[in-house]
Design a binder for this molecule. Structure first.
Ligand code: ADP
Ligand code: MG
Length: 461
């Protein structure tokens, strides 16, 4: 029995004698044998461009060599990686001239791939819709139903813990179930960066091909938290090319970030050409959900854990955690845990307070900048995106200055760090904001009350 790999290896050996070394290395060596379909031998090229070149220049030579090795093979077809699965499903047993069977390609690899890589609990069904997220949800559903359609790329942004990753997994789960042939790749941009670093240290060609194939062969590419590409020039460069390739072949790209494409522009060292591409398709944001939606989310999560959550406790949690659903879920888990530990229902506000006492105390000590910003935004009813933005309208400028003032006063961060936090502003801007507000507190009663209120909000979290 001859394996398909062995067969191709023999063929390559012959081809290396008739094709110039450099062309052989670039085009032939990178071909991957896929399967036999009757008298046809199927090979996969790494990209559509490679396929074109090989079809035009080397197909005849390959066919000739292959036919010589085994006269039953009369045809060679080059395909692109995304077609592999389709062809594998059509493969036939191949009978050699001498009656030997070339074994069918083992489907093991396929089975491995067919393990659902997405979190099962993050689906569209478990995503609670509210005013804060309905556009993002609708866009995600449209893209899942029709990847590579009109919203390309789809860019979703929001503060932390508001459901971006959940939506990406929901798209992945939907495709896995309804369009299983679609090759979906999910990657966090930090993971992408470390893959690139590993690659540049290890100049192994095979690794390199695997990497390119992984990204270029997908039908849907999701890159979570693209802001982490900042200062990663080489990764940005490579991603730029991947983006273009995928975009040109109508493959769906989905990106998320903690800020809008425009605000990404304020980051140092994030290529302008990349950012402008992010905004080519549809950009949607997710806002902090209102109390009603937060309670609905809590109820869904509790039901998933088969925990009976009373309205009172749901309300209590929703009141105590206002700007981050992940944190809110943490509180719920804590209550569930306490309830099982003490073997008694935690169904009143008071019991919940006891269970969460640690958290409430702990949290007072670890106040951080995002808490201050969230409190200011809540107070002024603006979004965190607004506060980081370059907007100069009074209703944004004042809260921004107050947030900066409170951060300088309540935390021990350097002025430069604070400036960077606010969309890469200069530290002199931070000083200006700090001094202006501390002056106004003395002269303007309204500002004095506002600042005191927000401080209270923070200290009584
Ligand atoms: P992000 O990626 O924006 O930081 P995640 O997607 O990780 O946030 O969400 C944090 C947690 O909040 C997850 O457990 C997620 O299931 C939950 N969550 C966020 N929004 C919703 C929603 N609308 N409905 C249900 N769960 C949600
Ligand atoms: Mg996330």
């Amino acid at each position: 029995m001859v394996g398909i790999e062995e067969f191709w290896c023999d063929a390559k050996n012959e081809l290396s004698k008739v094709i110039q070394a450099i062309s052989y290395e670039v085009w032939i060596d990178k071909l991957e044998p896929v399967c036999f379909i009757d008298n046809k031998f199927v090979l996969s090229a790494i990209t559509a461009t490679a396929k074109k070149t090989i079809d035009a220049r080397y197909l005849d030579a390959i066919t000739e060599v292959v036919t010589k090795l085994n006269p039953t093979v009369t045809e060679v077809e080059i395909i692109i990686p995304s077609k592999k699965e389709e062809y594998l499903n059509k493969q036939t047993d191949f009978i050699q001239g001498g009656g030997l069977i070339v074994e069918k390609v083992d489907k093991k690899e396929k089975e491995e791939n067919s393990v659902n890589p997405f979190f099962e609990k993050y689906t569209f069904e478990t995503f609670i819709e509210g005013k804060s997220n309905n556009y993002a949800l609708a866009a995600a559903k449209t893209v899942a139903e029709n990847p590579g359609g009109k919203y390309n790329p789809l860019f979703i942004y929001s503060g932390v813990g508001l459901g971006k990753t959940h939506l990406l997994h929901a798209i992945g789960n939907y495709l896995y179930k309804n369009l299983p042939k679609t090759k979906v790749v999910y990657v966090n941009s930090e993971q992408m960066v470390s893959e690139f670093i590993a690659l540049s240290i290890n100049k192994n060609n095979e690794e390199n091909n695997k990497f390119r194939e992984k990204y270029r062969a997908c039908d849907v590419l999701m890159v979570d938290d693209v802001q982490f590409l900042e200062k990663r020039e080489r990764t940005q460069e490579a991603f730029f090319h991947i983006f273009n390739d995928l975009y040109q072949s109508n493959k769906q790209i989905i990106l998320t970030s903690d800020r809008s494409p425009k605000e990404l522009g304020a980051l140092e060292d994030l290529q302008e050409r990349l950012i402008s591409r992010f905004a080519w398709g549809l950009t949607v944001d997710i806002q902090v959900p209102d109390t009603e939606t937060r309670i609905a989310i809590l109820k869904t999560k509790a039901a998933q854990e088969k925990f009976n959550l009373s309205d009172e406790v749901a309300g209590f949690i929703a009141e105590n955690s206002t700007s981050n659903i992940r944190e809110m879920e943490g509180l719920l888990n804590k209550i569930i845990f306490f309830s099982s530990l003490t073997n008694r229902p935690i169904d009143t506000k008071e019991l919940a307070y006891d269970a969460l006492q640690d958290f409430i105390d702990e949290n007072k000590d670890v106040l951080d900048a995002s808490d201050i910003i969230a409190a200011v935004c809540k107070y002024f009813k603006i979004t965190t995106a607004d506060i980081y933005s370059k907007k100069k309208t009074k209703n944004i400028v004042e809260p921004r200055m107050i947030a900066i003032y409170l951060i300088t006063e309540m935390l021990s961060l350097t002025l430069v760090t604070i400036g960077q936090m606010f969309g890469g502003r200069d530290y002199t801007t931070v000083i200006h904001a700090r001094d202006k507000i501390s002056e106004e507190i003395k002269t303007d009663k309204r500002i004095k009350i506002v600042v005191a209120d927000i401080k209270n909000m923070l200290l009584n979290r």
